[in-house]
Design a protein around this ligand. Structure first.
Ligand code: HSE
Length: 403
């Protein structure tokens, strides 16, 4: 019998409680021993719920219990999660977390503390919820030079963009509907401004590169500027608009960015809709690999946390490499990153020559939007696009096109 503890009995913590109890026999077979939840830490009480029997309000009960091998952190946020996780690792306990903020901000330090104490800090649920992506990157794709990761890493924004595409809703209406249906938070900034996706791509980039990528270095645009008119162009082209989080090695550069992008039908991410997440990984040997599933939700995310619990129990006295080095990976200025753009300019088709002079030979796109014309540029650098765009005047919007 192996004992574990859960810190935080919210959506994901209660999901872990369910997974461990519902799949008790499957887990026992897999591990060769039974797993028992000995303590659950939360500020609240849950009268009438079976968790009440193992509930504690004092973290020291967990940290000072020598029988607890693995501590699950599902509290979210930076504090007190960071302090509690650090103390658990120092006390010789493995930690499994779903907390992307914690991993993006303090992952490097927590990996070091785990190493120094011959335990493990696992974070398989911090990106993509229930989608297996962290361990496949570390273990299954370890023979490849991973050259690109591009993902739809935020379910809230994908739901909003899907509503805008399918129902012609404005961003504000789609957000309100997402909030009413419980998909979006009442305070939606972290999702709609791209901050959540930024932290997740920072974690994946660190794994891809084997070095620490600072999320603060990643240029991030959310979806608040996406309009009904943008979707008119997407519909005209037969493409979709997604919030894409990308990390790419190209011509000696390492780029990363979070921004809305137009996705063509041939791309694996084209048809990923609603709250689903998907991550496309390109390796130099394996080519494209796609991971798809529920990027959030109680049981989906808890499934990934519980898989980490099993792994942590298997390697409970041995640190295994499951992260990145402390050395910082410098990211290149995205100004030199070359892409195609759809630019929306005031005026009509008579501006074609002017647009071609500004951006290079491209393709006019008339989506029937009053008083403006669209233009698909050739592949040019972000810097050249910004210069040409400023000099042109009358630019109403632009969206990058995913290659
Ligand atoms: N707010 C996140 C999302 C939850 O919408 O994807 C999962 O990290």
């Amino acid at each position: 019998m192996r004992q574990i503890a859960i810190m935080g009995f919210g959506t994901i913590g209660s999901g872990v409680f369910d997974v461990v109890n519902t799949n008790r026999e499957i887990l026992r077979k897999n591990l060769g021993e039974e797993i028992q939840i000995k303590h659950v830490l939360d500020l609240r009480d849950f009268p009438g719920h079976p968790v009440q029997a193992v509930l504690t309000h004092d973290v020291n009960v967990i940290l000072e219990d020598p029988e607890v091998d693995v501590v699950v952190e599902t509290m979210g946020g930076l504090e007190p999660a960071f302090t509690f996780v650090r103390r658990a690792l120092e006390a010789g306990k493995c930690v499994a977390t779903s907390n992307k903020e914690l991993v993006a901000q303090h992952g490097t330090e927590l990996l070091r503390v785990a190493r120094e104490n011959s335990v493990n800090f696992f974070f398989g649920a911090s990106v993509g919820g229930g989608i297996p992506i962290i361990r496949p990157l570390l273990r299954s794709l370890c023979a490849d030079d991973v050259e690109e990761i591009t993902g739809i890493l935020n379910g809230t924004t994908n739901y909003i963009l899907t509503k805008m595409a399918q129902e012609g809703s404005s961003f504000e209406d789609a957000l309100r509907e997402a909030q009413d249906n419980g998909f979006a938070e009442r305070k939606p900034e972290a999702d709609v401004e791209g901050f959540d996706a930024c932290r997740k791509i920072a974690i994946l980039s660190s794994l891809m590169l084997g070095r620490r990528v600072d999320f603060a270095d990643i240029p991030t645009e959310g979806i608040t500027g996406i309009t009904k008119e943008d979707f008119r162009y997407a519909a005209k082209l037969g493409w979709s608009i997604k919030l894409l989080a990308s990390s790419r090695k190209e011509n000696g550069h390492v780029y990363a960015m979070v921004a809305p992008g137009l996705v063509k039908p041939g791309h694996p991410l084209f048809a990923v809709c609603d709250v689903f997440n998907a991550i496309m990984v390109h390796g130099n040997m394996v080519d494209d690999v796609m991971f798809y599933g529920r990027g959030a939700g109680s049981h989906a995310t808890a499934s990934a946390v519980t898989a980490d619990i099993l792994c942590a129990l298997r390697f409970r006295h041995q640190n295994v490499y499951a992260g990145w080095d402390a050395e910082k990976q410098a990211l290149s200025d995205v100004g030199s990153w070359e892409k195609q753009f759809l630019v929306r300019a005031a005026g009509d088709a008579s501006r074609e020559e002017e647009l071609a002079r500004a951006f290079g030979q491209g393709i006019l796109v008339d989506a029937g939007v009053d008083g403006e014309i669209g233009y698909l540029t050739p592949v040019i650098s972000e810097e050249k696009f910004a210069e040409a765009s400023a000099a042109l005047g009358g630019v109403r919007g632009r969206i990058r096109v995913q290659a």
